[in-house]
Design a protein. Sequence first.
Length: 284
Amino acid sequence: MTASTNPQSPIPSSAPIAFIGGGNMARSLIGGLISAGTPASAIRVAEPVAALREALMRDFGVLVFEEAIDAVAGAGTWVFAVKPQVMRAVCENLAVQARATRPLSVSIAAGITAEQLDRWLGGGNAVVRCMPNTPALLGAGVTGLFANAQVGADGRAQAESLLASAGKTVWIEDEALMDAVTAVSGSGPAYVFLLAEAMEAAARRQGLPDDAARALVLQTVLGAARMLTESNEPPDELRRRVTSPGGTTQAAIETFEAGGFRDLVVKAIDNATERGRQLSAAND
Ligand SMILES: NC(=O)c1ccc[n+]([C@@H]2O[C@H](COP(=O)([O-])OP(=O)(O)OC[C@H]3O[C@@H](n4cnc5c(N)ncnc54)[C@H](OP(=O)(O)O)[C@@H]3O)[C@@H](O)[C@H]2O)c1
């Protein structure tokens, strides 16, 4: 596994890049590419919803199309950014074109395997499967990437540069682990939201007014996340430093430990991983 924190650079390949699907995730990737210097004329987007097409054209100046087959014409990289349920039909419609032009196919759909995508596109394709997460919409996400055997060094660089617009990137060499990536970072923001919800409820129970409870919790989550990412110290060390013997933090941490907090996190991530496996199988 290799993690990259490099700032984004323009996409290395000179051939245009086609997005199939122009929804939330595509929009945030396109915004990142444009701000990193990729020319708008090199970005082609297929999106069936007219209002989304117009917004993409107005906001970024990219070329928009109603049909995927028109968007992929002349594009060296195809980015599949549609919902998993429609992925098979979308790919099968593009299979003839994929065989003729052999693009790099990049998928951000949860639970669709590289093997499925390759098969639906007719076989023999270079495929990078990615798992971004919702903070990508703010450029603060993290994406796990897996490349099949057909992807060379250029294809990896291309995919990494593309996803760098959503935040950090981490290469995963064993595709079976992509379900664990989904369970950890894909679903992970919701775990932090759950903790924030529970802390807010507990703060109100102590008598704090709603707005005070929310401000105290949100800023605590933000501050803790910044310490985790900016201090170079592992989480256990940061926790030890704020846990004085016999103090208030220790009283809370002991309660979490006695309630089986760590085992619960392990079980939650086990169940999310298993659900990811089941969903992949269901899409086939
Ligand atoms: N949002 C996230 O944080 C996140 C995180 C990780 C992974 N993902 C993955 O990213 C993918 C896209 O998610 P999203 O949140 O961006 O979804 P979204 O906002 O629903 O965007 C998908 C867009 O693709 C359009 N579309 C459907 N069929 C199409 C076709 N044949 N050709 C071209 N466009 C088509 C959809 O139009 P209609 O509405 O008319 O169907 C929709 O506008 C999903 O597979 C999801 O699993 C998202």
